[in-house]
Design a binder for this molecule. Structure first.
Ligand SMILES: [Zn+2]
Length: 471
């Protein structure tokens, strides 16, 4: 029997607001234990949470960017469970009336992954194990999160990882989160079940909690598929449970039995009034939404003539696309700027973190200047490439590396003189070309390039040579 996997994802994303969801404590990463918290973060008796307006705005922005319906009336709810990272024994989240519902993310092949909802909630504290002792650090308690719940629309690990990458790109572009999986500002729970291919009913699912890298998500899905396939094909029954993925062994293990929503005894939080979103605020958030990565990608390809693979790299980070657009201002062919960035800059600026921050030694204006020099035929492509790598190394402008000799003498008449010299010096190649040997022209172009020390434009030289020979 062949089985297919059915996967739904719950993704927790930390919002980049300066203060926490219900108090004015900082959301800054790190800090000595229990220094970024107050009685509200830890739910002390008598403390009263007040909902941070920016959290609602950030979450609505995320919802708009992901095509959701925004509920102008939503309610905060208490989700009860007992665990030392949450001293008040309930998490303030949303249940029946979340902020956003519906929505979708489109994968590159055109398949849409539908979203069920996006709700806001608080993060819990962190347990720190030291030998046989366990300490609790509440610095993260009350850090604002959105939980993005998808429909069970995924059928492979590849679809799941592409979706997460897309989420990351979109949420970074609209500025609501840095989505750093390694720092925990984006983490993911995977719900996975198997069913015989062709079947429409769902099988029993297992949930794998707290995956914090794309590779872990893919590996956990692959492992879980094999595990459940073995159980089913030997006539066994998959039990509903929560599992833990161990990145070192690549295996999932039982964590606990799966809770249902009933177990949490959700009810509206009596301390927080319902969230009413004024229409003009919603309208203002909608109109201030920046151009989204997919739209930007399409525009780069169709209007700017950038190859799709390059456009993908340029639109992955907002700082990179901002830089590209600034450098392209006033150049004839933005594709040239894209080529410099992808072939040379991305070779130097390699890590994800570096690309996210994108603070190269060469300014956008300096790259624009170099491109214009190339486009006006003042320098050759070879020279431009060489100069650009020197610029990247030193942060100096193009003019620091281009001598007057480089710039001089490559107008049309100088090129023509060089071509004529190549023709006079290489009669055999000229005869070969005349006799129909197309390749012979390359020898003449080579002669021009040598004579000009690589500064001539090879394409222009070839055209000029043909003109001179054929007349
Ligand atoms: Zn606090």
């Amino acid at each position: 029997m062949t089985y297919e996997m059915v996967i739904g994802l719950e993704t927790h994303v930390e919002l980049s607001t300066k203060s926490k969801i219900f108090c004015s404590c900082t959301t800054a990463f790190g800090g000595a234990p229990n220094t970024h918290c107050c009685p509200i973060c830890t739910g002390q008796p008598g403390s009263l949470p007040v909902l941070n307006k920016s959290v609602v705005q950030y979450a609505v922005t995320a919802g708009l960017a992901l095509n959701c319906r925004i509920n102008r009336h939503s309610v905060m709810a208490r989700k009860h469970y007992v665990y030392p990272d949450l001293p008040k024994a309930y998490q303030i989240s949303q249940y029946e009336l979340p902020l956003c519902e519906g929505g979708w993310v489109e994968l590159s092949g055109g398949k849409r992954i539908n979203l069920t909802r996006i709700h806001i909630e608080e993060d819990a504290g962190k347990l720190v194990h030291q030998g046989s002792a366990v300490f609790v650090d509440y610095n993260r308690g009350g850090v604002p999160l959105i939980e993005i719940v998808s429909e069970p629309d995924f059928r492979s690990a590849e679809e799941a990882t592409e979706y997460l990458e897309k989420l990351q790109t979109i949420l970074r572009a609209v500025g609501v989160s840095d989505c750093r999986m390694q720092e925990g500002s984006m983490r993911c729970d995977v719900n996975i079940s198997l069913r015989p291919k062709g079947e429409t009913a769902f099988g029993v699912r297992a949930e794998i909690k707290n995956l914090n890298s794309f590779t872990s998500v893919a590996a956990a899905i692959e492992h879980e598929f094999k595990r459940q396939e073995e159980i089913l094909s030997s006539g066994g029954v998959v039990v509903q449970e929560t599992r833990h993925f161990d990145a070192d062994t690549g295996e999932t293990t039982n964590l606990r039995g799966k809770e249902n929503a009933d177990d949490y005894r959700y009810f509206p939080d009596p301390d927080i009034i319902p969230v009413i979103l004024p229409y003009d605020v919603l309208e203002q958030l909608e109109s201030s939404l920046p151009e989204l990565p997919d739209k930007k990608l399409a525009r780069y390809v169709s209007q700017l003539g950038v190859p799709e693979a390059d456009a993908r790299m340029l639109t992955k980070y907002r700082a990179v696309s901002d830089y590209f657009e600034k450098a392209s201002a006033g150049v004839q062919n933005p594709k040239t700027v894209a080529t410099f960035m992808v072939t040379q800059m991305f070779g130097v600026i390699q890590t994800e973190a570096e690309r996210e921050h994108w603070s190269p030694s060469v300014t956008a204006e300096q790259l624009g200047e170099l491109t214009r020099l190339l486009e006006s035929d003042k320098i050759s492509r070879n020279l431009a490439k060489r100069v650009f790598s020197q610029m990247l190394e030193t942060g100096k402008p193009a003019t620091a590396f281009i001598t007057e000799e480089d710039m001089a003498g490559f107008d049309a008449s100088a090129l023509k003189a060089l071509c004529q010299k190549a023709i006079d010096d290489n009669p055999k190649s000229v005869d070969d070309y005349k006799a129909g040997k197309e390749k012979a022209i390359k020898a003449l172009v080579g002669a021009v390039m040598r004579e000009s020390k690589g500064r001539a434009n090879a394409l222009a030289a070839e055209e000029e040579l043909k003109k001179l020979i054929i007349g």
